[in-house]
Design a protein around this ligand. Structure first.
Ligand SMILES: [Zn+2]
Length: 95
């Protein structure tokens, strides 16, 4: 029986089973990407599948600090929107 991997949401700083979090990475080209398989190379972070945590997480200072990147607020905002869409669709499906 393998232990359940636990990761920290960088929005609320709480720890959750890895499978309950969204993983995203900054790839070699410097773009943000979601990583549903958890296998993409690059520097990654985790966030809860909640609008509140996504909104807190995707502020340039916070995200650039975590990913050691220098992304523009515009790039961050567009990725944030992508995640928000993902989360809202998921919530709809679960209802
Ligand atoms: Zn969270």
């Amino acid at each position: 029986m393998a232990a359940i991997p636990i990761r920290t949401c960088i929005g609320c700083r709480s720890r959750f089973p890895k499978k309950d979090l969204l993983r995203f990475v900054r790839d070699a080209a410097g773009n943000l990407q979601t990583d549903p398989t958890g296998k993409l190379p690059g520097r990654g972070a985790y966030v809860c599948q909640s609008q509140a945590c996504i909104n807190v997480t995707f502020k340039s200072q916070k995200i650039n600090g975590h990913l050691r990147s220098n992304l523009s607020q515009r790039a961050i905002d567009s990725f944030k929107q992508e995640l928000l869409n993902l989360v809202s669709h998921r919530n709809v499906e679960e209802v």
